[in-house]
Design a protein around this ligand. Structure first.
Ligand SMILES: [Zn+2]
Length: 205
């Protein structure tokens, strides 16, 4: 057993985002996962099956970005690794299974994206300075082969990136940022926008 201490700031940030997400009902039944970049081409990521509202240091696994995945990591870890490898500016990734993200990603899956516009909350996203902009949040088909899925997603984000997140149809929301605070603001802002869009559709239907 390695006695090497993991970065205490990273452990603190991951347990805190876990509590925050659980309080919001975003990670039911051990779903969701979170990660944080460490020095030396490594990340710290939540293990499979952990209760996200009460994460312990033993629920966090160190993963090398160019090494085979260790045992016990979440099946979705390749999606995290691919984002960090393709964007050096990313310091943290937050993935949730909220109701709004799950429902809207199914309804709009065939469109390949959901357009959010006219909302002041769009300004919560880095790079968006006015409600007059259009946030085009991509939607990808869900898949159990997450290594292959990660390849498809990264290719598409290279072509139409810009929004710091994406949806997996019938599954949930991924969002990232330079720091954990940025990633949290992005996931919170995007989920708020999705809830607004869902409410509007209920009313207009
Ligand atoms: Zn998931």
């Amino acid at each position: 057993v390695s006695e090497r201490q993991i970065d205490p700031a990273a452990v603190y940030e991951l347990t805190a985002i876990g509590r925050f997400a659980a309080e919001h009902g975003w990670v039911p039944a051990t779903s969701g996962n979170f990660s944080r970049r460490l020095d030396g081409g490594r990340i710290l990521v939540t293990r499979s099956g952990a209760q996200k509202g009460s994460l312990q240091p033993s629920d966090l696994i160190e993963v090398g970005l160019s090494e085979p995945l260790p045992a016990g990591v979440s099946a979705e870890t390749p999606l995290h690794v691919a984002r960090y490898r393709n964007d050096a500016a990313i310091g943290a990734i937050v993935h949730i299974h909220s109701v709004a993200a799950t429902v809207l990603s199914r309804l709009d899956a065939a469109r390949g994206a959901i357009a959010l516009e006219g909302f002041e909350m769009q300004k919560a996203l880095d790079g968006f300075t006015t409600h007059e902009s259009v946030v085009r949040l991509p939607i990808f088909a869900n898949a159990q082969d997450t290594a292959q899925l990660a390849g498809r997603i990264e290719q598409s984000l290279k072509e139409h990136g810009g929004v710091p997140g994406y949806l997996l149809a019938g599954h949930g929301l991924y969002a990232w940022g330079a720091t954990m605070d940025d990633a949290r603001r992005h996931v919170e802002g995007l989920d708020f926008l999705l809830r607004c869009a869902l409410e509007e559709r209920r009313i207009h239907r």
